[in-house]
Design a protein around this ligand. Sequence first.
Ligand code: BGC
Length: 813
Amino acid sequence: MTETKVRPDLWPVCAPAGLRDEATETRVAALLAGMTVEEKVGQIIQADIASIEPADLLTYRLGSILNGANSAPGGDNHAPASAYLALADAFYEASVDPAGGAAAIPVLWGTDAVHGHNNIVGATIFPHNIGLGAARDPDLIREIGRVTAREMQATGMDWTFAPTLAVARDDRWGRTYESYSEDPEIVAEYAAAMVEGLQGALGTADFLRGEHVIATAKHFLGDGGTKGGVDQGDNPATEEALRDIHAAGYPPAIAAGVQTVMASFNSWRGEKLHGHRSLLTDILKGRMGFDGFVVGDWNGHGQVEGCTNDSCAPVVNAGVDMVMAPDSWRALYRNTLEQVRSGEISTARLDDAVRRILRVKVRYGLFERGRPSGRPNAGDFSLLGAPAHRALARRAVRESLVLLKNNGGLLPLDPRGRILVAGDGAHNIPKQCGGWTITWLGEGNVNDDFPNGQSIYDGLREAIEAAGGQAILSEDGRWREKPDAAIVVFGENPYAEFQGDRRHLDFEDEAPLRLMRRLKGEGVPVVAVFFSGRPLYVNPEINAADAFVAAFLPGTEGGGVADVLLRRPDGAVNHDFTGRLSFSWPKTPTQTPLNRGDPDYDPLFPYGYGLSYRDPKDLPRLDEAAFDPSAEDGSGEIVRAGRARPPYRMILSAGDETVAVEGAAATTADGRLRLRAVDRKAQEDARLVEWTGPGRLAVEGPAQDLTRQASARMALVFSYAVDVAPAAAVRVGIECGERGAGLADMMETFRAAEGEGWRRAEILLSDLVAEADALRAVVAPFVVESDGPLGLRLSDIRIAMRERAGAQASQED
Ligand code: BGC
């Protein structure tokens, strides 16, 4: 493939004056001169702590490690902060151990502190970027950066993969909430502020010193503009649009001295960014003058044409200086070394990459900082969720709330009244934090995992009780004594990255709508507080409520909601709403992309919208569009309630014959395989498949790449019940086209399940294939092959995170 030609003269020049200094360059040159080629290759590779031990650094002198969002000391996402610091010390000690005469170059630890130091239990969790965008407050952003850096230092980490400078243009994208705005204006304004907060202000003695860490501008370039909002997809923008929209945050970040830039998973006009020499080298480093280093994204190199996770000279040649090879680092090291020896990667390019990494390490004072536990703030775990940090986060929550409706001036509520607090988000800190919180998807956490957090209910209760009122928590909204008003808290459940991609913007959970309608029917005024990582179509919900607040993903400080929703006991406004939408709000579930400046721009609420107490206005009833939810989301579901989700379809095959399952029943001509709809919890929400002889059931779809899911340790998860135990071998797995099938033996599991009711099976994708590469083109993500009679019921099938580590099968209901 030939790369799209770029025109460097179209791009801004933005290298900051005064960043480059001779002393640093001389020192870097001396270090470089003393390194062996093995040490240099090690320096440009980053491994994940789930796949490397400190002692490995004695042999492989890697430049960096990271804790990916699902990786933690001892594999325990809820590990104490002290375990992170101890591990940081262990990696550091190994990296500077002079074993074998190696140069003592301290290792850098990178982490995704993207809304606070969010992998650590007890940390202050700030609103996700979408909410911060609504705040329109660069000073707040700078402070958040500062506080995040301090909390990181407590655990001995050096480098955060933040800020995300994506300009999300299609809200179906699962990373919309990581974007400050659909408009480059806010992203550009915040980029410098966040870099300054994290790294310190360039030109001051504080820059990369004292209470500061290293920042990353990510993901370069065009991540927010992929077609259809498909994560890691293709951005078809013109070069001008790429520059003006998607690159808007980079010049200010570079001018503020950002030290690292992360290459993006996406392509630009068919060419993966990781392999894009003109954008990475000619534009970013050449024209824009970025002199820090470019880090790759999680096995992002493996997606470049001609590459695998284990081997990829093209990305180094294109300009990636440090390759993020979480689990593939060992093989990548071996192959990269080989490629340097053979000249496929030139010594000049290798030296340039290493020089950039060393430059950042020297600038950051890494050689003088010593072991992580001896550095400023290290081990001071009282910084995690410190009162001043929480107060800042609470302010951020107040500023991020956007009031969409307040009919009859229902808000602010009188705290002296009886207030019902309802909905599944009312007392649910994991839900208010969203993805990238303790775990990657933000799943698997409970309120107790947030010792320094406060749910929305707890925040309301504190203020209401202090004023002499009564706060009643009732998730389902049932009450005994009629409340004066109800606050119903609901919204999207946590997700991250491609796991959150959708095909439409309909908010599908109907329970809160029913709940609000019931309360209204009972004569209770209703305030809706909506959590979401993006604007969604919620017209019915807005109609059902008297007041509606878009709260986005506010983080741990639920009290910030109470600060604005409740008036003072004396009747005065406590805090007014100041948040204004940084994303346009759609009129229908399919009105996307929808962005300020579109030629036929016609949103429900435009960019910049937001009511306030000072300026009251009633919202008329909204149209409630009939919507066919068969335009499915992309949440990894393959079969739901017995039905293959489009574009998948079920196929039965026996011998040479194949039959596509069209309706609720299908049979092969020889009668060897029969499928019919049966009931599990609802009418026809499962399928019974009966084999009388050898045959196969497959759920097929367009070829899809599941390598990313495999490296994120995701599994094929399905619900099944066994009516008739297998009489011969039976295998379950996936079909990878030319690369054959990846199947697991399920005979014993299915035998043990006969007549035992519904169970759930979870098979790690990585256990199904010998080489992750085989998952590059999966044509059937679910296959059952039985060599003999079997009676198997199936209801739901998906690619998802495992719920129970280690458990292959377990009882469901
Ligand atoms: C994400 C990055 C993140 C990296 C490391 C990737 O999946 O795209 O944003 O920094 O993982 O956790």
